[in-house]
Design a protein around this ligand. Structure first.
Ligand code: ADP
Ligand code: MG
Length: 363
């Protein structure tokens, strides 16, 4: 049975150090939900609170309508997968997966059936009789996942489960994990500091910093409409520029360059503003229009070319363009940069919060 998870104004202290002060969050039934943030921001702390391994100094954690604060970990029906797989080296694959079921005194025949079904779901049936040491890291992680899911937990928790795998295997495994989660439909809370991994697996993501949730949203909402400058910079790469807004002929315009202005709708009247433009949102223009600059540096990366461009006001921006069959633009070349104004995000100069109104969000 999958459950909803609700944090209501929770507080976590380690001795007298408060690491989470008043956090609220709703995770939906069956959802693949990710806690994403830099090391030390409190992801593992929150996950351990769901599992019941951490005390709670204030507020409530509930599964569906049941308050869990005082329920011991054994009674929460949680499945867990960590980066060190913690599988038993002396048991073969089948017995590793069957271990928890045997402890529950389930009948032999039912154990066989459930283990077979799960090995099939995680696609390691052919290794049923193998010993873990003869399997790759990715296959061992599938055993750990199978062992957790076979117990039919209410909630599946995963803390950086792919960190020990090499880059290529990590990409294969994140697809496998997402697919397996969707098949079994267990409410899943996944922890990672890797933003690309978070975007690849999640239904929704909570971006955390300093024990505080900065934004909750789908991968696309978080990437395209970050709620503040921290989120804009942490998710993907971006250029943060300071610019001014002016009223011209009853219209609000953003002064991007000497001769380049963009008319903006639905934004508050501010003089100074911070903006975020991702490197791939610029277009290098062959017309006279655009922000004037000079190419400083180029790096050819196969699909794309990364340029460092120095603007006329001495600002540097990163620009990514799809590679063409010709040579990349040489350093020293004068260029103009255009941008798609729909994709720009504007932030309050002081609070650094996104000032775009809800109805200007990309739907
Ligand atoms: N057992 C502990 N005792 C004291 N402080 C801790 C303990 N566990 C974590 N912390 C502190 O709590 C903060 C959040 O840690 P953690 O939840 O492990 O972050 P993350 O998983 O995001 O890297 C950090 O400042 C960390 O030093
Ligand atoms: Mg951690």
């Amino acid at each position: 049975m999958s459950v909803t998870i609700k944090f209501n104004d929770i507080i976590k202290k380690y001795a007298d150090k408060t690491v989470i002060s008043g956090l609220s969050l709703d995770i939906k039934k069956g959802e693949f939900f990710t806690l994403l943030g830099p090391s030390g921001c409190g992801k593992t702390t929150l996950l351990r609170m769901i599992a019941g391994f951490n005390s709670i100094e204030g507020g409530e954690i509930s599964f569906d309508d049941r308050v869990m604060n005082r329920i011991t970990p054994q009674h929460r029906n949680i499945g867990m997968v960590f980066q060190n797989y913690a599988i038993f080296p002396n048991l073969n694959v089948k017995n590793n997966v069957a271990f928890g079921l045997k402890n529950r005194k389930i009948e032999k025949e039912e154990i066989e059936q459930r283990v077979d079904r799960i090995l099939d779901v995680v696609q390691i049936s052919q290794f049923k009789k193998s010993m873990p040491e003869n399997l790759s890291g990715g296959q061992q992680q599938r055993i750990a996942l199978a062992r957790a899911i076979v117990m039919e937990p209410n909630v599946l928790l995963m803390d950086e489960p792919l960190s020990n795998l090499d880059a290529k295997l990590r990409i294969d495994m994140r697809e496998a994990i997402k697919e397996i989660q969707h098949k079994v439909g267990i409410t899943t809370v996944y922890v990672t500091h890797d933003q690309e991994e978070a975007m690849a697996v999640s239904d929704r993501i909570a971006v955390m910093y300093n024990g505080i949730i900065q934004q909750v949203g789908t991968p696309r909402e978080i990437y395209q409409r970050p709620s503040n400058i921290f989120v804009a910079s942490f998710i993907g790469r971006t250029n943060i520029l300071e610019r001014s807004l002016k009223q011209e002929g009853g219209k609000q315009v953003l002064i991007m360059g000497e001769d380049y202005k963009l008319e903006m709708n639905h934004i508050p009247q501010k003089e100074k503003i911070k903006i975020s433009i991702r490197p791939e949102e610029f277009t290098i223009s062959s017309t006279q229009e655009g922000i004037a600059g000079e190419v400083q540096h180029n790096v050819f990366l196969g699909t794309n070319v990364h340029y460092t461009v120095k603007l006329n006001n001495d600002e540097f921006v990163e620009v990514i363009q799809e590679a063409t069959l010709g040579e990349p633009i040489e350093p020293g070349t004068k260029i103009k940069l255009l941008m798609n104004k729909e994709k720009i995000n504007l932030f309050d100069y002081e609070t650094e919060r996104n000032v775009l109104e809800e109805d200007s969000y990309a739907k």
